[in-house]
Design a protein around this ligand. Structure first.
Ligand code: GTP
Ligand code: MG
Length: 224
């Protein structure tokens, strides 16, 4: 009986109409990912140029590393469903801000604000939202400067504004966030109050170190 059912399902799947529909959907999704990938490239280049310029003019590179990621199809669907939005291509474009993600890891806290301002001032960058988790850390100790921006991406026949999530943080903040993220997704991780307290304390120690490094730099700069 099961085999019979399987045969029916398989034979239905290969009828031309379904195949065409499948390919049309797959193509649309591929195009959607291409659009977000292009936006990531645009944003990455903007930060690379800022870093290159400062390296030449001020002999220092405020950016340590740039990491990028595109949200996986499964996470896109899960987020749309969790927020009660329709699962469709236009819904992704309209409702999600974090399909394209760019993370900028800076050397010092001041670099974060300097770089963020230089980026936000560019006339093709439209800032949609800012969350300053450095001035206002999250309850668990998380720190980073988050921006949602919209930038135009130029294609053969159109200009499309695309939203990108930019996270700017120091090496120390990145270190904490990466480890905390790893721990959060550990299979049998129990979120006990003790562990949360411990993690938060680590975040405070790290933040203090960031501030001390910043002060050391200021001291060196004024003595130069
Ligand atoms: P999401 O719906 O999860 O995307 O959050 P949001 O829309 O409220 O945005 P928010 O700016 O708070 O967080 C966006 C992203 O920041 C997350 O997807 C993570 O990459 C990062 N982030 C936020 N909070 C934490 C945290 O507590 N720990 C770690 N490791 N990363 C965090
Ligand atoms: Mg997110």
């Amino acid at each position: 009986m099961e085999n019979e059912l399987e045969k029916v399902v398989i034979s239905r799947a290969v009828v031309p109409h379904d195949t065409e529909h499948f390919f049309a959907q797959a193509k649309q999704f591929e195009e959607l990912m291409m659009v977000f990938n292009s936006a990531i490239k645009e944003v990455r280049t903007k930060f690379e140029i800022l870093n290159d310029e400062l390296t030449v003019t001020h002999n220092r590179s405020p950016i340590e590393v740039i990491k990028t990621r595109i949200k996986k199809p499964q996470s896109i669907v899960t987020k749309l469903q969790r927020k009660g939005y329709e699962v469709s291509i236009s819904s992704v474009l309209y409702n999600l801000n974090d399909v394209a993600g760019v993370r900028i890891v800076c050397s010092f806290i001041d670099d974060i604000y300097a770089i963020a301002e230089m980026f936000a001032k560019q006339d093709d960058v439209k800032v949609i939202q800012i969350k300053d988790y450095i001035k206002n850390p999250k309850e668990n100790g998380y720190r980073s400067y988050h921006m949602i921006v919209e930038i135009p991406v130029f294609f053969s026949n159109r200009k499309q504004p695309i939203r990108v999530e930019v996270q700017i943080r120091t090496i120390a903040m990145d270190f904490w966030a990466s480890l905390e993220h790893q721990l959060r997704y550990k299979k049998d991780y129990e979120k006990t109050e003790e562990i949360e307290k411990e993690l938060k304390e680590c975040a405070e120690v790290i933040a203090q170190t960031d501030r001390r490094m910043q002060k050391i730099r200021e001291k060196i700069n004024t003595e130069l």
